[in-house]
Ligand binder design. Structure first.
Ligand code: ZN
Length: 194
């Protein structure tokens, strides 16, 4: 119950672009309206913590503003892009002539919001009906030799043959990749796309 309430509230926040501050104020008001022993979070921070437990966590990864690299692994400590030289942080625009590099460091030039996929997959199995649907291709289906489901296709069977341990576990998920309108060479003036 608490999870679904918090999730719907966070959805409303996202839909209407409320700031974290507005959202926290709203939570406080609703919290005070409810009976004293209620467990509704009193701030956006607390609400986020509840959602993290649901497997809805995210990571923010700094990125080059020209999309060359992500500042992670061996690039984690770098302060400019090693390919195009663009700085990682915006420079604070003030009259302070301080020579200290760190004090001039503004917010990151670009941030990638990474939504780790494994917790989301685990979350899919938390609901009984969804869990049943996710294994339906093995447990609930009549296989009559006709191609009625991706599991009947040769590509699917090829994966089963190549990775038998993976293939025999019905709960393993397979991802399909589809793309439309992608511009593979980054040339946006071209008429063509894939
Ligand atoms: Zn770059």
């Amino acid at each position: 119950m608490l999870l679904s309430v918090v999730l719907s509230l966070v959805n409303v926040k996202a839909r209407h672009g409320w700031s974290d501050k507005i959202f926290t104020s709203l939570l406080q008001v609703v919290h005070d309206l409810l009976p004293e022993e209620n467990t509704l979070p009193k701030s956006y921070y607390q609400a986020k913590k509840i959602l993290c437990l649901m497997g809805m966590e995210y990571q923010k990864i700094h990125a080059c503003p020209n999309d060359c690299i992500l500042y992670r692994h061996e690039f984690e400590q770098m302060s400019k892009c090693l390919r195009c030289g663009a700085p990682r942080y915006k420079v604070k625009d003030d009259d302070d002539c301080s020579s200290d590099e760190n004090s001039k460091k503004g917010p990151p030039a670009k941030v990638l919001w990474y939504l780790p996929i494994i917790p989301r997959f685990k979350r899919l199995f938390a609901n009984g009906d969804d869990a049943k649907n996710l294994t339906w291709h093995v447990n609930g289906r009549n296989s009559d030799g006709m191609v009625c489901h991706p599991a009947d296709c040769s590509q699917w069977k090829k994966i089963d043959n190549l990775y038998p341990d993976f293939g025999k576990e019905a709960r393993n998920l397979r991802l399909g990749l589809a793309s439309d309108g992608m511009n593979p060479y980054g040339n946006l003036s071209t008429q063509h796309s894939l």
